[in-house]
Design a binder for this molecule. Structure first.
Ligand SMILES: Nc1nc2c(ncn2[C@@H]2O[C@H](COP(=O)(O)OP(=O)(O)OP(=O)(O)O)[C@@H](O)[C@H]2O)c(=O)[nH]1
Ligand SMILES: [Zn+2]
Length: 335
């Protein structure tokens, strides 16, 4: 249904390889043999800023791409004026296959999933330890989105100068989520940045967090010339400063890694999530689902995981955490 839905713009991200393989070669392809590779840095009202040969090039989506969505992190093929000079406009004629797709539904009632970031390999979930108070359900929902997308989660606990990290760390210990805690003074003198950098160097990491958690402070510390990078983007699009709703890819200095800053999230709709993809991130529990009833929610009396754990095949704390995560798919007040 979703794939063919009228409003779908991510129509082919989950196409099975055989379909792709057997599809006749696109008629458009030979026409674009001169297309060059680009990397999507940000998108602003239809203007796609791509990195092409080290230059920032503004482009629009070619009409032939139809409803196909282009998102930050996409590897694309670009034609036209690639000088990057002000006022020039190139065209994106192809979106390469994505290695991952981070999705969220704007709201759980929203039937249309949105792809937020393509090709990331990590999701950094930024949470303050205080001011604002941590929201474990939001963290859980972000974790579910990460597992669903096949991204490795990383918990970044900010404002460790204001409150201890132990309680949260204990909550996430059974999940084996990597975690780092940062303090503002350590961000300022650089020592805290190294802790985070050690976790993200050489990788493409999408950063999410709700307003006020210190995500901007952290990203600025990681990418000190962000101001300039952002300024450049604005100069290229020529549309000045405004609150963008798109993510923004920023190169990590002295590394081939990328920080993908995403706009603050208030909720993380999970309508699109498939429990079997989440369980895939729990290789110790996954074999235990073999005897589950069909379409098992894994939180019902007949679920085979209880017996599996009781027989000592896996840690009960893991099952407990998995169930807590799966339960976050049901929306509750305050999510
Ligand atoms: N005490 C303390 N304050 C911090 C720390 N990191 C950031 N802050 C402060 O927290 C406030 C919010 O930080 P931002 O970086 O703007 O937070 P944000 O997550 O980007 O939030 P928005 O800009 O609203 O999206 C600012 O006043 C920061 O100075 C920290 O480690 N410790
Ligand atoms: Zn089950």
């Amino acid at each position: 249904m979703r794939r063919y839905g009228k409003h779908t713009d991510e129509d082919d991200v989950r196409i099975r390889p055989d379909r792709r393989g057997s599809r006749p070669r696109s008629r458009n392809r030979p026409k674009h043999e001169d297309a060059v590779p680009g990397f999507v840095l940000t998108i602003d009202r239809g203007r796609i800023t791509c990195l092409v040969d080290g230059r920032k090039v503004t482009a629009v989506k070619a009409r032939e791409l139809g409803r196909k969505g282009i998102v930050v992190g996409d590897r694309v093929a670009v034609i036209g004026d690639l000088s990057g000079d002000e006022g020039t406009l190139a065209r994106v004629v192809r979106v390469e296959e994505r290695s991952s797709v981070l999705r969220r539904t704007a709201d759980d009632d929203d039937p249309y999933e949105r792809v937020v970031v393509a090709n990331a390999d990590q999701l950094a979930i930024v949470t303050a330890l205080a001011d604002p108070e941590p929201r474990p359900r939001l963290i859980d929902r972000c974790l579910v989105a990460a597992y669903d997308a096949g991204l490795e989660p990383l918990l970044i606990l900010t404002k460790a100068d204001l409150a201890p990290a132990e309680t949260l760390l204990d909550t996430y210990a059974p999940l084996g989520v990597r975690a780092v805690a940062t303090r503002k003074d350590q961000l300022a003198d650089g020592s805290g940045v190294d802790l985070v950098r050690a976790e993200i160097d050489g990788r493409v990491t999408a950063f999410v967090g709700h307003s006020g958690v210190g995500k901007t402070t952290l990203v600025n510390a990681l990418v000190p010339d962000r101001q300039r990078a952002t300024g450049d983007v604005n100069a290229v699009t020529g549309r000045g400063r405004h609150t963008t709703t798109s993510a923004l890819a920023l190169p990590l200095p002295d590394s081939d890694g990328w920080v993908i800053d995403t706009p603050g999230v208030r909720s993380f709709g999970l309508n699109h999530v498939d429990p079997s993809r989440v369980i895939h991130a729990f290789p110790d529990l996954e074999p235990g689902t073999e005897n589950c009833p069909r379409a098992c929610s894994h939180d019902e009396p007949d679920c085979a995981l209880d017996a599996y754990v009781a027989e000592g095949h896996a840690d009960p704390a893991r099952l407990h955490s998995l169930r807590r995560l799966l339960a976050t798919r049901e929306r509750r007040e305050g999510d």
